[in-house]
Design a protein around this ligand. Sequence first.
Ligand code: KG4
Ligand code: ZN
Length: 349
Amino acid sequence: MDTGREYLKVLAIESSCDETAAAVLQNADHPGSRILSNVIKSQIEVHVPFGGVVPEFAARNHMDAIDTVINDAIKQSGHDLREMDAIAATAGPGLIGGLLVGMVTAKTIALMSQKPFMAINHLEGHLLTARLCYDVEFPYLLLLASGGHFLFAEVMGIGDYRILGQTLDDAAGESFDKVAKMLGLAYPGGPSIEEAAKHGDDSRFQYTIPMQRRAGCDVSFSGIKTATKIHISKLDSMTDQDKSDVAASFQSIVTKFITIQLRKAYQMANTKLRNMVIAGGVAANTRLREEVSHFCDQHGLNFYAPPMSLCSDNAAMIGWAAIERIGHNLPFSDFDARTRPRWPITEIY
Ligand code: KG4
Ligand code: ZN
């Protein structure tokens, strides 16, 4: 229950990839009252012809969109800039051009309005999103799968993150994007493959599950990608049914493989875990959610998946990470805080 007290309010900006986003968050007790606004301007149509994000175009489009997006977020929140207690922005990891646009804008707003500024790690935003949406207690087992990252981690508290396994090559989302490109399906590949797979036979093309002779729970998607390329090359001409069958078989092996490695990650955790969280764009995949949910049922874990709209990039998760940090008395950032295109979650604090 919300008590009616005056909540802390944060204006947050996200521009690390191809979404220009701003949001206003407050530290309400009830999850449903925390997001006051959440504006996302997607650049997808700019990048579709190239089958992937073009960093230079992304930066220019962030420049063009960011003022309007921030203005809309403040207006839709029903508050004004003076009522904000802090300004937060994604400092990394991500594409340098976009990060600079968001960081410079956020710092300027903070300086002009004399508010504290907080540089946020994009991955920390994803990994805390479940706590924005539900009352999830630490510790939890995390599967973070996005376009640029893949990792299993044991999340003990704010800033207390232990990586159990990660990808040795592509991120899961990246492999969806690349296979979609091979099939001539639209970017971003994840949703396109999921859609095509609905009409496909997931047992038509065979794969070997990678990494099974190796200790640990790291993943590699390059073998699955190459096997898919070989399957496609053996087809005389590709019909829509062939595409659906490849998409379904690929999606099936990827989600099965992730779940097998997840089981190992669970065994590697130090703490007695009761909760499991998935995050990142790939966490929007229904098949993956089903498999992880089944794994959680088998192991007596509570399963938390953010709503689809908060799995992909957004500024609400950045604002929430700032609120969590403030709530744990962590310091604000200096105005000379750098953008960090590479910034592992183990180096946040
Ligand atoms: O987290 P995100 O929005 O951006 C990054 O931080 O990377 O993740 C984007 C990635 C893309 O590679 C996209 O293809 C993938 O998430 N994705 C999906 C689905 N929706 C988005 N992958 C599989 N199934 C989906 N439904
Ligand atoms: Zn992301």
